[in-house]
Write a protein that binds this ligand. Structure first.
Ligand code: SF4
Ligand code: SF4
Length: 361
């Protein structure tokens, strides 16, 4: 599998690597099977976080004898130096190692968090000290939303890697400006939420093959992410051996999507909703805009998708998107104008109501 230089860290990482967010969903034995298989198939980078429940512990137990075969990244959501020091100690113990390759300040996704981590006595100070002491190799940051914070963190020059959300549904959030900016600063660009928290996967018993994989949505989505020249590595969460095998196969046979394949991928994503737990899937194309009464329809659906797809601890991010929607769905007069323009065939007024219910409105 192709390896890419992870920006100024100069680490050479496999472009398809292992996201550890789903390890808490499976047993210790299953986690060991998946993680060892990943290394056997050539993956050399594993990402986890202090707050992915027992993910660090499972990685430590499964792979402490193979520590020299992979780079490990973990994260802390703490904002102050003292708590970071405590959490780093726990992460090192859990991972059964004395060195973390990339230590990331996690979910620095709004101005307050950004101010807190770089304040005197803040998280960044502790990360810097840990790097000087040789406990970590590189300092990274993860940001789920807020382009201004993304710009400022990149321009600050404080971080060697940046982790961002990117997938075919939410491409425009970062693709146009932020990814090129990060690359220009020679940061390692790590992509999370490539499968939108698991939403961009087909139900196992009704998978439609395509794009080079048995799940055409997963295969096409991973290729979509990997073909972006500003992306170094994508880290889908994996919780089954077949997922590891299939994702590695996509990366090993990687080729950029043709225009027809890209269209077919969007069509498959649009179809997901008819099979899944709620209506059609919004592609965030924006064709429905402007709404007659000013509802930002794609933003409402984005908030709902985040709430449905993200781990509960990250639901506050969905709430932030929801709060940013000025005209709420209850203003909809059901004029139907948006429905006619939606290529995904979404019953927009109905799904707006369902989205509002998710947020208790
Ligand atoms: S037109 Fe449909 S798919 Fe496109 S953003 Fe609007 S609701 Fe989503
Ligand atoms: S149906 Fe509702 S959401 Fe769609 S354009 Fe009309 S008012 Fe806006």
């Amino acid at each position: 599998m192709e390896k890419r230089r992870l920006g100024k860290t100069a680490l050479e990482v496999t472009m398809l690597s292992y996201g550890g967010i789903k390890l808490p969903n499976i047993s210790e034995q299953e986690a060991a099977e998946c993680l060892n298989l990943a290394l056997d198939l050539g993956i050399n980078f594993i990402d986890t976080a202090r707050n992915y429940r027992d993910s660090e512990e499972k990685i430590g137990k499964a792979l402490h004898n193979r520590r020299d075969e992979f780079y490990i990244a973990t994260k802390t959501s703490a904002r102050d130096a003292r708590t970071v020091e405590e959490q780093l100690g726990i992460s090192l113990r859990n991972l059964q190692t004395d060195y973390i390759d990339i230590y990331q300040l996690h979910t620095v996704s709004n101005a307050d968090a950004w101010a807190a981590v770089r304040a005197p006595g803040g998280a960044y100070e502790a990360a810097l000290k840990a790097r000087e002491e040789g406990k970590i190799g590189h300092i990274g940051i993860t940001i789920h939303r807020d382009k201004q914070v993304m710009r400022e963190t990149i321009e600050s020059g404080l971080f060697e890697t940046i982790m961002l959300c990117y997938n075919p549904m939410d491409a425009e959030d970062v693709a146009g400006e932020i990814l090129p900016l990060a690359k220009e600063a020679d940061m390692g660009v790590i992509i999370m939420k490539s499968l939108s928290g698991g939403q961009l996967t087909q139900p196992k018993d009704r998978r439609i093959a395509g794009m080079g994989g048995p799940d055409g949505v997963v295969a096409g989505t991973l290729r979509f992410v990997m073909q972006n020249p500003h992306v170094d590595v994508v880290i889908p969460g994996m919780q089954a051996a077949h997922e590891v095998e299939e994702n590695v196969a996509v990366a090993e046979n990687f080729a950029p999507l043709s225009r027809q394949e890209h269209e077919a991928l969007l069509h498959l994503i649009g179809q997901l909703g008819t099979e899944l737990r709620y209506g059609q899937v919004c592609l965030r194309c924006g064709y429905c805009q402007p709404c007659t009464v000013g509802i930002d329809i794609p933003a409402v659906f984005k908030a709902a998708d985040m709430k449905r797809g993200y781990d509960e601890k990250l639901h506050y991010l969905a709430s932030e998107v929801w709060e940013s929607v000025e005209v709420k769905p209850d203003a909809c007069i059901e004029c139907g104008q948006c429905v006619e323009k939606c290529p995904a065939g979404i019953n927009i007024p109905q799904q707006l109501k369902e989205a509002a219910e998710l947020f208790g409105n």
